[in-house]
Structures are given as structure tokens and as C-alpha cells.
Design a protein around this ligand. Structure first.
Ligand SMILES: [Zn+2]
Length: 399
């Protein structure tokens, strides 16, 4: 196979930016350095080459936050939405994503078999939630309703209570092909009546869940907003705290001590506020709750970064629409002491560590040839999404 050389640009290798050429051969990076050659040259003078980026928290089968809209669509519409959303992500240079609920093994297989184009996909299938929790589809009316479509053979419902039920539910998700288990250890904003300050699940329930994940060699990601729910999740051994709205000093030091990751999803509250301003139909409770959590979220994130908690980028798209994912990078800098290089690391090498795909996320010999070409200096994050000129995945140009 022909070796392709990216000539004359700057390379963000996963930790820092420096002038270098990159040679790829097939689906692998062969060499990184100055004065390299290859059979085919791509002129990237004046541009930057990044590793393929990650979004560690998306919902690929959704395109908004209105349950009313989602409930009126035919069941299979979600899969076509997913195909479109995945294409959008790829165009942004996001070549790997972790789905935090909704995507099933069929979507992952369709990507792997190249029936559709998109990032490689890790799935959690359905969010596991207690009765009355963030993922319980029973609405205040008593009727079932949710942004997610109905359960189906490849996507069991996620409600479970008690250690024995948690064990069974974990096994159902693993049977359905979960790469990671997603559990809600607190209430949330978009479920109408749950309280984001209440911890969900007790220690013995989470222990049963994590034990099943451990046995299947997969990690657990926790939707965790309440301080109590965050701490129970950390103690139980989850790999990542998603959102982390009400982090106190003790929670932050527990995360540092245990190496627990934070996936902050800073664009999500903004997305909810924008949707409300645009008149999107969401629950009254959600409208009230978003105003109560937004500032705490920012302060918790800053506290975590200052303490040295490991951060990986995730957006909760489509809470903020697909296509705006890279705005998360700017918010990380706006809300904390993170530098542009820190933000890019969160979306590349750090994210690869979180999702345990170490052959991705950096531009180094031997790694998979996922590359993004960005006009200008990649550390200038403003408008980064408008400056992407090429996206390569496994050595093939996909944009
Ligand atoms: Zn989410």
C-alpha cells in the first residue's frame, strides 16, 4: 500500500504542538518527524495535524431534547438519525465516540461493516436507572414516555432495583453488546421530576453492578450529579463520573486518589438553556432545574481541574446539537485554568485512556492513522470546527 506523507505542517501529537511531517502506511502511523517522505504527499503547510478526536458522551439516536417530538416518530426513524449524527461527528474530526445510552450493537456493526460512515463507536445500550430515577420512562402522568424510543430486542429497558436485579440488568446489557455500562447514580435535569441533588442506588446495588462489569472486563460510567451519588459511584469503582454537577472537595479528592475520570459535558446546560429560549417543548421541571444546576456545574468543573482530576471530553450531544461538539473545548478553557493544549488532550490522548483505546488519540508511530487536518494553528481553538479541511480514519480520507 502507498505511504502517504503529510508535509510541512505542525503536529499535535496528543500532548503538544510542534513542526513535523507524518507518514502513514495502511491504517497505521509509520513515522513522525522532520524531512520525511512517502509515495503520496499531502501538503499541510500552514495547517495543523491532530489525532482523530473523541467525544466520550453522546446519544447518537437522538437529535434534540424534546420528548414530545421523539415520541411521535416512527420507531425506526432513530437509526437514520444516528447515521446522520455519526456523519456529522466524523466531519468534525471526531473519529471515536462513546454512546451514553440509546445506540445498540446494530449501529456499531453497521459502522464496522462500513454500511454507514462515522466514528468508531462504543455503546452502553441503555442507561441503568432505579425506579423513579433519571432513566425511568414513567412520566408524572403515569404514562410511559421518554426521549428514547421504546426498548427493543437489542436494547433492553434500563430500570432495575436491588442487587439481584442490578446483576441481571448488567448481564442483559452485556448480552446486548455493551462496551461500557451506564448507570444513573443521581437524578438529572431532563427527566421531569427527578432531583439532581438526590443520590440514586445504594452501595450494595452499585457493588453488584460493578462486579458484573468487572467480570466482563468492561468499565462503568455514571451519570452523577448529586454529591452523594457521585461519591457512591466513586466508592463502587466506576471509571468515569459524567456531568459531576455537585462536586465537593471530598468528592474531588476521592477522584484524584482513585483516578476516577470526569466527563464534564459543559455544553449540555447551555444547550438546554438555548432550547428553552428557542421555545422547544421540554418539561417544566427541567426548565426550573437547569437554572439551579448551571452555575454549580461550572464551579465543580473548576474545582476538579484545579485538583488535578483526569478530564476527558464529552458533550451529551444532542443536548447541545450534533455539529457543535467542539464548543466544549472552548468552554473547558473559559471555565477553568485549562490551556488549549489541555483541552485538546482531553479530546484526544486523555479520552483514549478513558475509553481504553490506547492505539488512538495520539500521533505516534504504530498508532492507528486517525488524523485531522486543521487550517492554521490548532491551539487557536476559536472556530476550530470551521477550519477542519480533512479527516482521515484508519488511513482512509473520510472527509
Ligand atoms: Zn447523556
Amino acid at each position: 500500500m502507498a505511504r502517504t506523507v503529510f508535509l510541512g505542517g505542525r503536529v499535535f501529537d496528543g500532548s503538544g504542538l510542534a513542526g513535523a511531517d507524518v507518514v502513514i502506511d495502511g491504517d497505521r502511523i509509520l513515522d513522525v518527524g522532520r524531512g520525511l517522505d512517502g509515495d503520496v504527499a499531502v501538503d499541510v503547510a500552514g495547517a495543523s495535524v491532530l489525532p482523530g478526536l473523541f467525544d466520550c458522551h453522546v446519544h447518537t439516536v437522538l437529535d434534540g431534547i424534546s420528548p414530545f417530538q421523539a415520541m411521535q416518530r416512527p420507531f425506526s426513524y432513530q437509526f437514520f438519525l444516528a447515521a446522520r449524527n455519526l456523519r456529522t461527528l466524523l466531519n468534525l474530526g471526531i473519529t471515536t465516540v462513546r454512546d451514553a445510552g440509546g445506540a445498540d450493537a446494530g449501529i456499531r456493526r453497521a459502522l464496522a461493516d462500513k454500511l454507514i460512515a462515522g466514528p468508531r463507536l462504543q455503546i452502553s445500550v441503555s442507561m441503568i436507572s432505579q425506579t423513579g430515577g433519571h432513566g425511568d420512562p414513567v412520566m408524572p402522568s403515569g404514562l410511559p414516555g421518554s426521549m428514547f424510543s421504546a426498548p427493543h430486542p437489542g436494547r433492553p429497558g434500563g430500570v432495575a432495583d436491588g442487587p439481584a436485579d442490578l446483576q441481571l440488568k448488567a448481564r442483559e446489557m452485556i448480552r446486548a453488546g455493551a462496551d461500557v455500562l451506564k448507570v444513573a447514580t443521581s437524578g438529572g435535569v431532563l427527566s421531569p421530576d427527578t432531583n439532581p441533588r438526590h443520590g440514586h442506588y445504594r452501595a450494595e446495588e452499585l457493588a453488584a453492578l460493578v462486579a458484573e462489569a468487572d467480570a466482563a472486563s468492561i468499565p462503568v460510567m455514571a451519570h452523577a450529579q448529586a454529591t452523594a451519588g457521585i461519591k457512591e459511584a466513586i466508592r463502587a469503582g466506576v471509571r468515569s463520573i459524567e456531568h459531576g454537577i455537585f462536586l465537593d472537595d471530598e468528592a474531588v479528592s476521592m477522584m484524584v486518589e482513585r483516578g476516577t475520570w470526569l466527563v464534564p459535558t459543559l455544553v449540555a446546560p447551555r444547550g438546554v438553556l438555548e432550547a428553552i429560549a428557542a421555545g422547544v417543548g421540554i418539561a417544566e421541571g427541567s426548565k426550573r432545574k437547569i437554572r439551579e444546576v448551571a452555575q454549580a456545574h461550572v464551579e465543580s468543573f473548576r474545582r476538579a481541574v484545579d485538583a488535578g482530576v483526569r478530564v476527558a471530553m464529552g458533550t451529551d450531544a444532542p443536548v447541545m446539537a450534533f455539529g457543535r461538539n467542539l464548543e466544549e473545548l472552548s468552554l473547558m478553557m473559559e471555565y477553568s485554568a485549562m490551556t488549549p493544549a489541555d483541552a485538546l488532550r482531553a479530546a484526544s490522548s486523555s479520552a483514549a485512556s478513558l475509553v481504553q483505546l490506547e492505539e488512538l488519540g495520539s500521533v505516534q508511530p504504530g498508532k492507528r492513522a486517525d488524523l485531522v487536518v486543521v487550517a492554521g494553528n490548532a491551539l487557536d481553538l476559536a472556530g476550530l470546527d470551521t477550519r477542519i479541511t480533512e479527516v482521515w480514519q484508519d488511513g482512509l480520507r473520510v472527509r
